[in-house]
Design a binder for this molecule. Structure first.
Ligand code: SF4
Ligand code: F3S
Length: 104
């Protein structure tokens, strides 16, 4: 599966949603997550994210993000159509420590 990491927080560009063939993105206030049991591992979302927030879970160190994606995709609503990103999305691109400050 692919997972969304903290780089998505407050960026939420949502280009990923447009390309996912199985509509497995779920929307929180500040970030999106992927449902790992629905993702078919096609990889098309990874290069679409302007924040480089999406990675395959085969990369090392992503276990906490896999858990977070699994947990919140079961709670948050499904998102199948791109909306307008936050107006200040670009200000949060590549910023460190977003999870601690802004995850909700
Ligand atoms: Fe959707 Fe493919 Fe990305 Fe999985 S890897 S979330 S199926 S676009
Ligand atoms: Fe987030 Fe990137 Fe999608 S910023 S909403 S994972 S396009």
């Amino acid at each position: 599966t692919y997972v969304v990491t903290d780089a998505c927080i407050r960026c939420k560009f949502m280009d990923c949603v447009e390309v996912c063939p199985v509509d497995c993105f779920y929307e929180g206030d500040n970030m999106l997550v992927i449902n790992p049991s629905e993702c078919i591992d096609c990889g098309v979302c990874e290069p679409e994210c302007p924040a480089e927030a999406i990675l395959p879970d085969t990369e090392s160190g992503l276990e906490p993000w896999l858990e977070l994606n699994a947990k919140y995709s079961a709670e948050w609503p499904n998102l199948t159509t791109k909306k307008d990103p936050p107006e200040d999305a670009d200000d949060f691109k590549g910023v460190d420590g977003k999870f601690e400050k802004f995850f909700s």
